[in-house]
Design a binder for this molecule. Sequence first.
Ligand code: SAH
Length: 219
Amino acid sequence: MNVDIQGIGMTSQRTRDRLIRRLEEHGIRNPDVLAVMRDTPRHLFVDEALASRAYEDTALPIGFRQTISQPYIVARMTELLLEDGIPDTVLEVGTGSGYQAAVLAPLVRQLYSVERNADLLRQAEQRFRQLKLHNIATRHADGHLGWPEKSPFDGIIVTAAPATLPEELLRQLGEGGRLVVPVGGAGSQDLIRVTRRGDQFEQETLDKVVFVPLVQGKT
Ligand code: SAH
């Protein structure tokens, strides 16, 4: 196996197992989510200078004033999305480093991921190739618009915070489909899960979270 992927020292399996134990202690229960996170080399999703901190349970900078999400939040959002079984197609808004996508992809049939920043997207695509994650399709676009041509989705996960629920994304949810999204202003948001039942949208307000804002347009 490639030494980069297997890792040594701070990126060793023991270090990763410690992170998984921490996630379990904080209430993550889904065995599939825990297994994928144990196998996902998070150090490949951050700058080399930060690789030694990749298995700490914290968000880390990825450039362009953006962050790779905290592992606990990635686990929690993935678990919320998967709670009633494995969704067939999922849309992610905010590819960023690609870490959340790399955790989701092995758990679904097809993942679509939209990112507004072309440089971040290019780096994430390289990581997907390196890790042979072939069921991720990406798009450089403003995620407020979703990905209409590929809708409806069984699940949608948004990894940047809109001020209010994005209506276009609700429209692109299939029957029984779930949207997991942090909603609110800078500083603190509510993690919200919306489940579509016909024309009804059931809404659950879950944890307090902190995400970078979902911004308009692409760069
Ligand atoms: N899922 C990422 C989290 C990255 S942070 C990870 O695991 O690393 C949020 C990301 O959302 C940033 O990359 C930012 O550029 C992107 N983003 C913000 N507004 C967006 C929008 N309107 N459309 C698509 N991506 C957006």
